[in-house]
Write a protein that binds this ligand. Sequence first.
Ligand code: ADP
Ligand code: MG
Length: 688
Amino acid sequence: MPGCRAARWSRSTQSSTLSKQAVQKKLEKLGLRTRTDFVVHLPLRYEDETVLTALDAAPPGIAVQIEAKVERAEIAYRPRRQLIVHADGVVLRFFNFYGSQLKQFRRAAEEGLRVRAFGEVRAGWFGAEMAHPRYRIVREGEPLPDALTPIYPTTAGLSQAKLRERVLQELDSAQLDDTLPDALRRRHALAGFAESVKLLHRPPPGADLASLAGRSHLAWRRVKFDELLAQQLSMRFAYRERRTRQAPALPGNGPLLESFFKSLPFKLTRSQSRAAGEVLRDLAVAHPMQRLLQGDVGSGKTIVAAIACLAAVDAAWQAAVMAPTEILSEQHVRKFSEWLAPLGVRIVWLHGGLSRTQKKEALAGIAAGQAQVGIGTHALVQEDVEFRRLALAVVDEQHRFGVQQRLMLQKRSRTAVPHQLMMSATPIPRTLSMTYVADLDVSTIDEMPPGRRAVKTRLFSSKRRNEVLSRIREACAEGQQAYWVCPVIEGSKESDLQTALETYERLKNELASLRVGLLHGRMSPAEKAAVMDDFTTRKVQLLVCTTVIEVGVDVPNASLMVIESAERFGLAQMHQLRGRIGRGTRESVCILLFGSPLSEDASKRLDVIFKNSDGFEIARLDLELRGPGEYLGERQSGRLLRFADIERDADLVDAARQAATELLETDAEAAQLHVERWLSSRRELGHA
Ligand code: ADP
Ligand code: MG
């Protein structure tokens, strides 16, 4: 049986030395708790140990299995400590090893035993060599396994052998009933669940290695389908659950909203009207809305939020607007005051610059229900904030917040479950939104307000810095303003700050005739506000800044932006930054200064941002370059699929969506079981 065979393999890191609890811990780290978890812990790949390759026939760069008689073993100390095993015609090297392995090989040499080693054969100092092969000691003539060897995803210190033994053991005692009715399986041409997982854990002799490795095998297809279906179902369950909860119904036909529509500061674009309509329709229903409003930078999401807030205020409820930065929250305060204060709406801004008394007053206003719209950063989700009648929570730039913070805002309400409107300028590509945010309703603003001019993007090597400086001088001489965005330094806020300070000093010298200002994340809210104010009122002509201006800053007269060391920025970030200009009537230019040499990745990114201005297209290409895991970030990665690939398996995504509807209608119990099989322990781990 393959299970027994596998158990005799050893590796240089031996898990037999681990205590039972230690093993348990490692298994949990892999998300393996219930029997089912083991069943769906599927091999990453397979190794073919059913054949032996002659040493002189081993192709370079490909792992093969060889067998040779063990001659002697020793420990060498140069160039570093290592276990060296001399076998007939090949040398095996181990850099991490246990003393017991030395003994094991010495005994093998004495007894005339052989070693079967799996790995790449390389030409080394003494002839053929293998570094760190997986190996086992065998007698001459010991039969070869007749099935492929599965290699599982594991974690440091837990050996393949140990893990495999455990997985196969659980597989043999697990309940593998099919959760899909026969009819549904037939319709989607799916293999059975039990036969699929059994085959993937123990591919029989003669199984098609290529389709197993490429994950196109029917067994893989079934697994991927199941996974996608589980995801679809769990989202529908979440959606249903939401429909069982009560939220205030906000009819959206009150006097404030009516007068606001009559006196709009500008004509809404068609997308804005449509989005506002969708939001108002949701708010009128007595279940909590969970809507994502996505629209490119500058597409005008704020006014849609203002309309939603008015619907709440009209119905004698409160609304909260949360923004990721203080600067952004201040801009909201400014816009909301301009738009809503004339209607008599009372707005409270909760910010770091408030004195204790002022803060107390603000909190009291919110708690008493006197403040109708509360605006702030994550300060809004602190324990001491309690809305008397919160009906709507708006979260701007939602991707900047963790799930926890978003939920906290909901909890700030003393009475009802508030509706949620989330806004984002980092659009989620359609393929992703189908699988990852299916529990949200999505509104999209896909056009810009009229009069916008496309931003011209220019790529400059940092060697041409002087040319860039002259362009800034010219632009400012014509009364325009400019941003100079300092590079992000990986992993260190300190060095970000350092760079910003240095760049500021340098530019102040180089551009002595200009009024240069500095804005960075370490300044106090009051300092930041003062600098922004100077920039808005044109007292500052060139604003040197870190990415603190990335979100939401709106100064139409700024028409030039320099992004220094652009190669270090992510695509979404660059797109957001660039969106800060092109807001006035003038033609705007964004200069991407890059250092050389450029890595391949960096030059691809720069190429994308150079050629594209549509945020959705950029997001799509970003996803393509980085893959969904990176793209969504850690925060949401628990949702990630382990087996299916939404791009490559697009047909399965569609099939799973259809099947979800079918299954919920025909066999709700099976649907429940299906979700449990695939997601139960992940959810416990706080993933789903
Ligand atoms: P974002 O979607 O990036 O949050 P904003 O809501 O800040 O965009 O809008 C960007 C700018 O465009 C603001 O100055 C806003 O007042 C203006 N704006 C929004 N909608 C329109 C419109 N329909 N017509 C003209 N200007 C608009
Ligand atoms: Mg905005």
